[in-house]
Design a protein around this ligand. Structure first.
Ligand code: FA5
Length: 330
């Protein structure tokens, strides 16, 4: 019997089967217990020897089963490790990474440019009050210049900001009469008809500097350095007079581009000027002591010129084939 059992144990291949064997031989009703039961029919002088023998077999079988279980467990583990082995030389599957949106690339580039000159970056709310969007910018109620910026009103007093200029007012008030030098990027909204250069939602990048002795020469220098940074030293630009209620004098900057037929075209990228005395006063500055300049750049227009994009709507339709083209600029 001992030999038979041990052979069986050795030939077992799975943990389930060894469990079955354990039941078959060692459980209360198992074969070895049954053998033990036979002891009562034996003559008294044979009983001790028989008992001892059965117990020895039992112990042996138990030990063998335990070592077999360990054996099998180890084999299973090895097999598992073998299956999970990683071949580090196999080329990895390509992970498709996103790209930084071209408009964000322009914003990040401009932020770097201005931070390098000591500007801080500020943000303001997109749902803005009429007060900051218009009144603090010297558009009184019913001012005809409000028509220049066709507005999405939410209530009579709240609106989607039509430009990033309200952040100028917020930055000035925050400084409590101290000099300010800040840029403010963000989304803006107007009820404009969508066309290749206009979108009802677009982005602007505002700049505001207020200090003693700021002049138009500082503004011109800043704008020239910026356009050179964006488009290179040779790109022709045009600064022409313009009107905004919150600056005096006011200008607009156009960048020259070559049309498909070879003739020159101009695309307007920004409005700017010296901060109007009324705006300075409302912002907490004495206009006889302080002066300042401000500008508001159209981000899409910069991206259109930089990357040769024909239609502003491409920036907003999330066509992955369009966006993938800007990978190289990361
Ligand atoms: C303004 O919004 C002024 N706040 C700019 C300013 C700031 C002037 C500080 C003076 C001092 P304007 O409406 O021209 O100005 O818009 C500024 C720029 O935003 C434009 O030059 C243009 O590049 C861009 N822009 C305006 N409307 C749209 C539109 N619908 N879609 C795309 N870009 C637009």
């Amino acid at each position: 019997l001992r030999k038979v059992i041990i052979e069986k144990i050795e030939s077992v291949l799975t943990l389930d089967d060894i469990e079955k064997l354990r039941n078959q031989y060692l459980s209360k009703k198992g074969e070895l217990s049954q053998q033990m039961a036979k002891m009562k029919d034996l003559p008294n002088d044979e009983k001790p020897l028989f008992g001892k023998l059965i117990n020895e077999v039992k112990e042996l079988v138990e030990n063998r089963i335990i070592s077999k279980i360990n054996d099998l467990k180890e084999k299973e583990l090895l097999k598992k490790l073998e299956n999970e082995k990683i071949d580090v030389t196999i080329p990895a599957d390509e992970i498709s990474l996103g790209t930084i949106h071209p408009l964000n690339q322009v914003i990040e580039d401009l932020e770097d440019f201005f931070i390098g000159q000591g500007y801080e970056v500020k943000e303001g709310p997109e749902v803005e009050s009429d007060f900051y969007n218009f009144e603090m910018m010297n558009f009184s109620k019913g001012h005809p210049a409000r028509d220049m910026q066709d507005t999405f009103y939410i209530t009579e007093e709240t609106l989607l900001r039509t430009h990033t200029s309200p952040v100028q007012a917020r930055a000035m008030l925050e400084k409590n009469g101290k000099p300010v030098k800040a840029v403010c990027p963000g989304k803006t909204y107007r009820r404009d008809e969508d066309d290749p250069t206009h979108s009802h939602q677009f982005m602007q990048f505002e700049g505001i500097v207020v200090d003693k002795g700021i002049s138009f020469a500082n503004l011109k220098d800043t704008l020239l350095n910026m356009t050179r940074h964006l488009f290179g030293n040779d790109r022709e630009i045009r600064i022409r007079p313009s009107y905004f209620p919150f600056v005096e004098p006011g200008v607009e900057v156009d960048v020259v581009y070559i049309k498909p037929d070879g003739t020159k075209g101009y695309i307007e990228i920004l409005g700017a000027g010296l901060v109007h005395p009324n705006v300075l006063r409302m912002g907490g500055y004495d206009p006889d002591v302080y002066s300042g300049f401000a500008f508001g750049i159209g981000i899409e227009r910069i991206a259109i010129l930089k990357y040769g994009v024909e239609d502003i709507r491409n920036f907003y339709i999330n066509d992955i084939r369009f966006l993938q083209q800007f990978k190289g600029d990361l």
